[in-house]
Design a protein around this ligand. Structure first.
Ligand code: ADP
Length: 766
């Protein structure tokens, strides 16, 4: 209570009610004192401040039997001088205190204005502005009154208010009030900042909560996505069961935790789900039991494959070493040879024999390192590399992986896949193979890798170094016949649901099938042809047209149409300037005639037929050799001044290269320049030197097979290749006469149909 303040409050203490009733019956005056402890109900003079306000009762209103409401107006400051306890309420002798007034000078005006300003600020900041409060404040023009008014309307502690009530110096009082106001303003400011912060965080978390709930409702309505929290705990359970190395475990656990924090339908959650699904389903500790039984392996390889003795022997030796020294990491086997010669199928048999799971990864055309090593999982459409995908597919960490066609790897701006493969194949590194997608090391050391290539020369050098190359060669007719009879036909019969009784093919028809309908190094096309015969038979049986089919030559023609490859009627005529060369390609051997034409001119040498640089150089060597030996060869010394020379290798669109056409070109040139015909049934191969020596070449088996198919009778080969004749097919050797040559004179003597050239070697023995 302050002077000039109107207050109303409820009273229910009996002595207080008695006091009011007494006051009403007398002069309506009451002394309002503050209790030192508001909770105390038994009040006597000691529990009261003696300094208070003399007030006048303005109104009394009975609320109920126990409570009355009074309206009081403060009149002036007063002090109880003596308490009297005669009645049932407290009475006191009161000294009313006259207020000191101050002069209306600049100081007091300034203080009033400052106080008003602070109070207005306080009201604004504490959001308690009411127009009444402001208007009333302006009504007070006295220092003391202003102080009292402000004090009465501020929620500060009663002790502070009491002490200022007792302060009768108005200036001091107002000063104290401005200090309080400044302090309160600071407090309110801090309070406001706190509540803004609090409100923001509450708003944000509430908003997120609502959005999450909404999203959950939407996705459950759509029937998609589940609660990442429960999914994450499933992942964690899986992870714990895997018993991974600590570093790997920790990393995956972190990803599980990330997963649990993600909203259930976002792009990232799906990426992470795929990632965790993949990583946790990898066969970290799952392997198949390997059986290294050499005898059993040998049996299986023999049973599944005809011939290929050398290959089988090398594979068995490899297994024997592995059995004796399992810890020693050997080299990687590379099977190199033309298509369809059984590379893939022998590896499959090996996997069967070893009890390892088998999977093939085709490397043909792979030009991007990430195909091997994967993309980082943050990329859109990121995937693990082929190696770990394959391992995940077979669900075993010790499968036999066949890396097919390693010679067809390409290299582009996206990195070199060969370098990534090196890491896969190198036993020093592959126990910690790092796939970028999985992002934790995976142990590939238990995996057995076998590689295949069509042309071993195209294998990237660093990979080639780590490989043990096993060559497979093209099959002869006899071999093809046996493979077809003992393997392909029974296998295809089974696949087509046929038996010996309802499908058979006689030997003559089978030979015709091989010779007339296929031309290949391996047996793939042959297998396809056999299966098309069987499809026809199966159809006839199902359609009720026949009960069985035994195929002879005539029926073969009816089903497959006219023969595709008839033996050309070779020109048996000996010709000038045309020589049969022999070439080796990755799909087997071929005959390659070389033609030379001479025209009047000035010694220009023209070479056509998509020849590579090495072949072009062979042509230059041939010309130089002839120029330096013209006298011996009986050729006009000035031929290069009077003729232009054109050398051509037909089938001009097919690129050709290699040094082995050297002898062929020289012979064709000599034939053209000396106008001597070349025997049409002679073919040749060999590299030459400027001095006329003949150097050995590769692919003899394939080349001689091609000569045999063409009906060539004599093949001239470099003496250095004599040992390779062992590998040449028996049928080929039976029907072809081989001439070993270590110099060009021997070649000319056997290829050119003129005595003059025979004389060249009369002194030597061939
Ligand atoms: P590559 O991998 O060398 O291209 P494949 O292994 O695919 O060839 O062989 C083609 C088909 O020929 C397969 O069905 C395979 O079983 C069969 N084949 C090849 N060589 C033999 C062989 N020596 N004995 C039995 N079958 C063979």
């Amino acid at each position: 209570m302050f002077p000039r303040v109107v207050l109303h409050f409820d009273i229910s203490r009996k002595d207080s009610i008695a006091a009011i009733e007494e006051a009403m019956s007398l002069n309506k005056k009451l002394l309002i004192l503050t209790q030192k402890n508001a909770l105390d109900d038994n009040v006597d003079e000691k529990k009261l401040y003696s300094f208070g306000v003399l007030a006048e009762v303005k109104q009394v209103l009975k609320q109920n039997d126990e409570t009355i409401r009074v309206l009081l107006e403060g009149k002036c400051r007063a002090q109880a001088v003596e308490f009297i306890k005669e009645k049932n309420f407290l009475e006191a002798k009161v000294l009313s205190i006259n207020e000191r007034k101050c002069d209306a000078d600049a100081l007091s005006e300034a203080m009033i204005r400052k106080a008003r300003e602070l109070f207005a600020e306080y009201l604004g900041a504490s959001l308690r502005v009411t127009t009444d409060l402001i208007i009333n404040l302006v009504a007070y023009e006295d220092v003391g009154e202003t102080a009292d008014y402000i004090l009465a309307n501020m929620p500060i502690g009663f002790e502070e208010k009491q002490s200022l009530l007792e302060e009768n110096n108005p200036l001091k009082r107002l000063q104290a009030v401005t200090v309080i106001l400044s302090r309160e303003n600071e407090i309110v400011k801090i309070q406001n900042q706190l509540s803004i912060k609090l409100k923001n965080t509450i708003d944000k978390s509430q908003k997120e909560y609502f959005l999450r709930e909404q999203m959950k409702a939407i996705s459950s309505e759509l029937g998609e996505g589940s609660d990442p929290g429960s999914e994450a705990s499933e992942y964690k359970a899986k992870l714990n069961a895997l018993k991974l190395p600590p570093a790997v475990h920790e990393k995956l656990l972190k990803e599980c935790n990330n997963f649990s924090k993600m909203p259930s339908v976002s792009a990232e959650v799906n990426l992470l789900r795929n990632y965790l699904d993949f990583c946790l389903s990898l066969p970290w500790n799952t392997s198949t039991k390997e059986s290294l039984n050499i005898e059993k392996a040998k049996k299986i390889l023999d049973k599944d494959h005809f011939g290929l003795e050398d290959v089988k022997k090398r594979i068995i030796e490899f297994l024997a070493v592995k059995k004796l020294a399992p810890e020693v990491k050997g080299q990687i086997i590379c099977l190199s040879g033309p298509p369809g010669v059984g590379k893939t199928s022998i590896v499959k048999s090996l996997a069967k024999a070893l009890g390892r799971k088998y999977i093939r990864i085709s490397l043909g055309g792979v030009g991007d390192e990430s195909e091997i090593r994967g993309h980082r999982k943050t990329y859109i459409g990121a995937m693990p590399g082929r190696i770990l995908s394959a391992i995940n597919q077979v669900k075993s960490n010790n499968p036999l992986i066949l890396l097919d066609e390693i010679d067809k790897l390409s290299k582009d701006y996206k990195g070199d896949p060969a370098a990534a493969l090196l890491e896969v194949l190198d036993p020093e590194q592959n126990f910690e193979f790092h796939d970028r997608y999985v992002d934790v090391p995976f142990d590939l050391s238990k995996v057995m890798f076998i590689v295949t290539a069509n042309d071993k020369n195209l294998i990237p050098a660093p990979l080639y170094d780590r490989m043990e190359i096993i060559d497979l060669y093209s099959y002869s007719y006899e071999e093809k016949f046996n493979i077809a009879k003992n393997h392909l036909i029974p296998k295809q019969r089974k696949r087509h649901g046929l038996t010996k009784r309802n499908f058979s093919i006689n030997d003559e028809a089978l030979r015709k099938l091989i010779e007339g309908y296929t031309r290949e190094a391996g047996v793939r096309e042959l297998e396809r042809r056999i299966s098309s015969l069987m499809r026809k038979t199966a159809y006839d049986i199902v359609a009720g047209k026949s009960k069985s089919s035994s195929i002879d030559s005539k029926k073969l023609g009816l089903i497959l149409g006219p023969e595709k490859y008839k033996k050309d009627k070779r020109e048996i005529e000996n010709r000038v300037g045309v020589v049969n060369g022999l070439a080796w390609t990755s799909v087997g051997g071929e005959t390659m005639p070389i033609e030379v034409a001479l025209m009047k001119g000035k010694g220009k040498v023209q070479v056509t037929g998509s020849l590579g640089n090495v072949m072009k150089e062979s042509a230059q060597i041939a010309v130089s050799y002839i120029r330096s030996n013209s006298e011996k060869l009986g050729i006009s010394e000035s031929f290069y001044k009077t003729f232009d020379i054109h050398i051509h290798a037909p089938e001009g669109a097919v690129p050709k290269d290699g040094p082995s056409a050297g002898v062929t070109m020289t012979t064709a040139l000599v034939s053209a320049l000396s106008r001597t015909p070349v025997y049409a049934d002679v073919a040749m191969t060999g590299e030459i030197t400027l001095k006329g020596r003949v150097l050995p070449i590769g692919g003899l088996k394939e080349k001689t097979m091609a000569a045999y198919k063409e009906g060539i009778k004599t093949v001239i080969i470099p003496s250095g290749n004599e040992n390779d004749l062992k590998k040449v097919d028996r049928v080929v050797k039976d029907s072809i006469n081989f001439i070993m040559a270590d110099n060009l004179e021997t070649v000319f003597a056997h290829a050119l149909s003129s005595k003059k050239f025979k004389k060249l070697i009369s002194s030597k023995d061939c």
